[in-house]
Design a binder for this molecule. Structure first.
Ligand SMILES: Nc1ncnc2c1ncn2[C@@H]1O[C@H](COP(=O)(O)OP(=O)(O)OP(=O)(O)O)[C@@H](O)[C@H]1O
Ligand SMILES: [Mg+2]
Length: 501
């Protein structure tokens, strides 16, 4: 082993009941490099990092730090070895403020026995956030009130505050916009120049090409290859081929513009003070309508209002030409509206329940006769969706918590599709989902629209909005700032409207 290796993981095997998550995986990290880690959902990326972070003990294998064997038995050992990990599922305490989270476990005191020095901690937290160009986050805010993107940045700030020599980011940009991602990349360059080594997990291949010095591919728990990217020239197609074991064509399904059906949903002058203003649009039968915009633009809030999850101050919502007062999500579901939320761990899933129960819970009426759940019907429904969305592993009776991030997202989606809804609102449906699963989700959305469902598609990834939607609305600061047909839409035009320039 060459001496500039700061970390060397050798022959790591991790077996969960029924699943070999890692099978003799080798992984190493050079001082001051960014090492990208990529693979399909369930490939073992997060598990490998949890072994490094002392969350899981491997069944086999060794870890060396700076050429010496390291014994990482728990997360504290990892921290003591200057390893910081930003996990895919957030680790913040929702009921504490931002600054309390930043300093959690390393609180500063005014002096021995003199109580907490909250003034300094707040000040330092503020500086850290400023450093991340996030001075718009108030350090006194409760974390539960932050958006997903903001939480992500607080996590990064928290890790930076630790004295760190190895920093792991497990899909840090999944919830970030283009601009926020650029900020993060600048920061990564800076950390690198300060000698920090970074392991960077992402499903966005272009990001790995942009910032990775090397990229390692895992597939089905096995090490496949480490590609050199000194010259920023790895071939994305090769990466995909190594990841999925085949080449992937037809990323987006073919789509003919489809905007001529009858109006299913009409929203008129919908307004909620401080959130969104004067929102008016129509959704046609079978249409896929995109909502593009920056995180925090108000898209999620508008959709929650339509779905009856929050109230609004004024305006009307009409379904099939009739004005409806939707006061609860139950009302919305009765009208045939479903919403697949962006924050799946908090709003979309019951993590301690099985996959089968998560899929069938909101749909028990569909599989019951005279009030009794019919097991065979329920199992069939669950199996159908597991197959349709290629949910892996195919173990319906396993707790959802143990599934990889992307597979959890597929369960959230299937949970709502079982009802054959008339209007489907998808809020960032492909966040954290790998290339293969993404194209499966795209195909599914396309099929749904062809079968007559109308779809609202919120995404911060312009490429996917452009690839999927018949019509696109740009939202900026709670207002509609542009409307584009499929023909007219370009990245530049949408970006301009979505940033209010
Ligand atoms: N605590 C656990 N118990 C049982 N199985 C688990 C557990 N954690 C992970 N697994 C399984 O191990 C495999 C690897 O999962 P892991 O989360 O490491 O994948 P990943 O590469 O991070 O995927 P994603 O891109 O979706 O985040 C999956 O099959 C997953 O279901
Ligand atoms: Mg993962």
């Amino acid at each position: 082993m060459s001496s500039d290796m700061i970390l060397s993981m050798k022959g790591i095997t991790k077996i969960f009941p029924g699943v070999t998550a890692l099978n003799k995986v080798d992984f190493d990290l050079k001082a001051g490099e960014v090492h990208g880690l990529v693979g399909e959902n369930g490939a073992g990326k997060s598990t490998l990092m949890k072994v490094l972070g002392g969350v899981y003990m491997p069944n086999e294998g060794t870890i060396e730090l700076n050429g010496k064997p390291a014994n990482i038995m728990n997360p504290r050992d990892a921290l003591n070895n200057k390893i910081s990990i930003i996990y895919q599922e957030f680790n913040l305490v929702e009921e504490l403020t931002v600054w309390e989270n930043v300093f959690l476990g390393k609180e500063m005191v005014k002096g021995v026995g003199k109580g907490l020095d909250s003034a300094t901690m707040k000040k330092k937290s503020k500086e850290i956030l400023q450093d991340l160009c996030m001075s718009n986050i108030n350090v006194n805010t409760m974390v539960r009130n932050l958006s997903v993107a903001q939480k992500q940045l607080v996590e990064i700030g928290k890790a930076l505050f630790n004295e760190t020599s190895i920093l792991v980011m497990d899909e840090p940009t999944a919830a970030l916009t283009h601009n926020e991602t650029e900020v993060l990349f600048d920061l990564i360059e800076r950390l690198k120049s300060e000698g920090i080594s970074i392991i960077y997990i992402s499903h966005r291949l272009e990001e790995l090409v942009e910032i990775g010095d090397r990229v390692t591919i895992l597939r089905d728990g096995e090490f496949i290859k480490t590609l050199d990217n000194k010259n920023r020239d790895i071939d994305k197609d090769e990466m995909i081929r190594l990841m999925v074991g085949r080449s992937l064509k037809d990323y987006f399904p073919d789509r003919k513009e489809h905007t001529s059906g009858e109006t299913v949903l009409q929203v008129k002058n919908l307004t909620k003070k401080g959130q969104f203003e004067d929102i008016s649009f129509e959704l046609k039968k079978g249409e896929i309508l995109g909502f593009a915009g920056l995180i925090g633009a108000g898209r999620t809030e508008i959709m929650k209002a339509i779905f009856g999850d929050t109230d609004y101050d004024s305006g009307d919502i009409a379904i099939d030409g009739q004005i409806k007062k939707i006061k609860s999500t139950r009302d919305a579901i009765k009208e045939g509206i479903v919403l697949v939320p962006e924050d799946r761990a908090r709003e979309g899933l019951v993590l301690l329940m099985t996959v089968a129960d998560n899929i069938s819970l909101p749909n028990l009426d569909l599989v019951s006769t005279l009030g009794t759940v019919k097991r065979r019907k329920k199992n069939k429904m669950v199996r159908d969706y597991i197959n349709k969305l290629s949910i892996r592993p195919q173990l319906p009776n396993r707790q959802i918590k143990s599934f990889s991030g992307g597979n959890q997202q597929k369960v959230v989606i299937s949970k709502w599709l079982t009802r054959n809804p008339k209007i489907i609102i998808l809020d960032e449906p492909t966040r954290g989902v790998d290339v293969g699963a993404k194209s499966e989700i795209y195909t599914l959305i396309q099929e749904l629209s062809e079968s007559g469902a109308s779809i609202i598609f919120i995404s911060s990834e312009l490429i996917e909005v452009l690839g999927m939607c018949d019509r696109i609305l740009a939202i900026h600061n709670g207002k509609i700032t542009g409307e584009f047909s499929r023909e007219e839409a370009t990245q530049e035009r949408i970006m301009k409207a979505a940033t209010g320039t």
